[in-house]
Design a binder for this molecule. Structure first.
Ligand SMILES: Cc1ncc(COP(=O)(O)O)c(C=O)c1O
Length: 338
């Protein structure tokens, strides 16, 4: 299974050969207590998730450490976000302890597939509403199927960090305001249309959603501006995903002495700052990805000199060093696998 080289295969196309699975119901969850071989799932065609979208997932990474061990980055924060997503989909919410056990069992069972830095073992916990009922459009699923899949992944930026181009989209939203903070597949498929159009019509990498001028995030990453003194990003609300990488960057930047501004970020302000402010995206997959240019109202504007800026690279290195065990872990973000 995971024998191919994750550095030469596309992100997310290789899988660890063990998976953890549990079944939820009104009285709680049943977990076999151990990982099992990865195999196809048998799903009833009338399953709630397949018709009414009662499904969501998480995405987190286990990193090889400088001392040879493997550690999951911010395990408990991902568990908390997963539980929040599950609750908002009105599915039975598993205890944090069960999730911790299932995440850890999946990581332990596949730990030998963890590639060296900058690769990692990506964990993809997933839940599906499992009621067999196609008449339950307006009712929650009482039962669920929960599993933790793993995927050895290489460097998101094969061949080095490449500054991204973004289209600033002020009309079509990424998703609905009440669903933005849920890591639900529906959000990603909703963002697909505007993203494919932007790629075809403008040749950009991603869309930066700024509905009505209110900048939030791209299809799969949060957005930041930074200069030598200040880090600026949108304040949290339900309209976009509360990135764990975002939270980590804010904490580390504050530790490094930056002033943090979590507030509304008007699209007009972004365009006014392109000459002198660095911009980047953050996420578990891409870590920190510099933004090199923006297209707004049909006009392309380079961000500074179009290259990754020094503050962006400094924050990226600080984050990678904590994730990979090169730096100290003052906030207790690493959980050793095993
Ligand atoms: C829509 C969206 N926003 C932001 C992020 C960044 O979140 P995190 O840093 O937790 O990976 C992701 C990535 O998972 C995402 O899919």
């Amino acid at each position: 299974m995971a024998t191919a080289d994750p550095f030469s295969e596309p992100f997310g196309t290789l899988f660890g050969d063990q998976i953890t699975v549990a079944h939820g119901g009104p009285t709680g969850y049943t977990y076999s207590g151990a990982a099992q071989p990865l195999d196809d799932l048998s799903l009833h065609p009338g399953m709630h998730a397949l018709h009414y979208g009662s499904t969501c997932f998480e995405g987190l990474k286990a990193h090889k450490q400088a001392d040879g061990s493997v550690a999951i980055f911010r395990l408990d924060d991902h568990i908390a976000r997963f539980r929040n997503s599950i609750g908002l989909l009105r599915l039975p919410v598993p205890d944090a302890d069960l999730l911790r056990t299932m995440f850890m069992d999946a990581a332990v069972a596949n730990v030998q597939h963890t590639p060296p830095q900058p690769g990692s073992l990506y964990l993809r916990p997933t839940i599906l509403g499992a009621d067999q009922n196609i008449g339950a459009a307006a009712a929650p699923s009482q039962t669920s199927l929960l599993y933790v899949l793993t995927s050895p992944v290489g460097d998101y930026f094969a061949g080095g960090i490449r500054p991204l181009s973004l289209l600033v989209e002020t009309e079509t939203p990424r998703t609905t305001p009440q669903f933005g903070s849920i890591k639900s597949g529906a959000n990603y498929v909703m963002a697909l249309g505007p993203t494919l159009e932007a790629k075809a019509n403008h040749g950009v990498d991603q869309v930066l959603f700024a509905t009505g001028g209110d900048t939030t995030e791209t299809g799969a990453a949060n957005f930041f501006m930074v200069d030598d003194n200040r880090l600026i990003t949108r304040n949290l609300d339900d309209s976009f995903l509360h990135g764990v990488t975002r939270a980590s960057i804010i904490t580390m930047a504050a530790d490094l002495g930056y002033t943090i501004e979590e507030r509304s970020v008007p699209a007009s302000e972004i365009m006014e700052r392109t000459a002198d402010t660095e911009m980047f995206l953050s996420g578990t997959a891409a870590v920190i990805a510099p933004v090199g240019s923006l297209i707004s109202d049909g006009v392309t504007t380079q961000v500074r000199d179009g290259q990754p800026g020094p503050n962006t690279l400094k924050l990226r290195q600080a984050l990678v060093d904590v994730q990979s065990g090169v730096a100290a872990d003052p906030h207790g973000w690493r959980t050793i696998v095993g």
